[in-house]
Design a protein around this ligand. Sequence first.
Ligand code: ADP
Ligand code: MG
Length: 342
Amino acid sequence: ESLINRIAAGEIIHRPASALKELLENCLDAGATSIRVTVKDGGMKLLQIQDNGCGIRKADLPILAERFTTSKLSTFSDLSRITTYGFRGEALASMSHVAHLSVVTKTKTETCAWKAHYLDGVLVEPKPGQTADPKPCAGNDGTTIIIEDLFYNTPTRLSALRSASEEYSRILDVITKYAVHNPKVSFSCKKAGSPSPDLSTPSSSEIPQAIRLLYGHSIAKDLLHASFGPKNNTDGDEEMEEEKASDSWTAETHFTNANYQSKKMIFLLFINHRLVESSRMKRALEAVYSGVLPKGASPFIYLSLQINPPRRRRQHQIADTLQRSLASQSHSRVFEYQTLLT
Ligand code: ADP
Ligand code: MG
């Protein structure tokens, strides 16, 4: 059974950066305005993430790492969110099957912080002979999650990883993208023992400023902004009118104009505030630029989609609609993307 759990966990946690993504989302869900990441050996030895969010109640600690334990499911109607993005109650459980997981947490009403250790889904004693109960300790409001020795018991996962420096750069990439999407939140990331962070963002910024800080001035000076959705998009688009009123979506995008030409496309896609990979969406947007940029030149695109209900199937429809609205001059009233580019 534990082997099955480990395999299942490996499907969710592929590498340090994917563990970090889950942990970051938890911090943001907890309302954190400051997120500090510390990494040792590309996250294989240590991945520590400290936030100043709402904290976890002591009473919730015993079952925290059990599968499908989530505080984010208030009503049954939220079920579709569980099966799509986030909110599955599987991240911490998975980590406890493939790493040593420790939690230090304090809510505002608690007088001290509590520390707990987990292994294979259950609360365990920190040292032999001690009890498994959470232990009181000093700590600020918020939560620190400590992941040690990731994949210590899954050698195939471990051997599939790249060098520590490459895993670290993937970690920085994930944090960078979340920092763009959450410019009001201050992020930092450093290697354990290093005096200065490798990445650090201020709080209360805006998306274009965050892009400038994290991706450089050359992108920022060629940056355009647009937001749109099916509601603006009513000039005879039959497919859109077929969409039920409850099936709504909106898009917000910051993208470079034709002056900006990079060798590699930089594409940040967030769907319902979750960082998502979508080659379909990427190709659709690439196609819009292909007529404008010289061969071999690529854009920077940040795209945040809100899809309700968040079914994966709808991504494909939206990719198509986006491509058509973006590329077609006849939709100029909707979104003068092509015009802005040239
Ligand atoms: P999910 O995010 O899908 O609910 P997780 O396994 O990622 O599942 O987390 C389980 C639960 O642990 C969350 O629902 C939340 O209640 C709590 N939790 C995890 N991380 C944090 C955090 N940084 N701050 C506050 N609560 C947290
Ligand atoms: Mg989560």
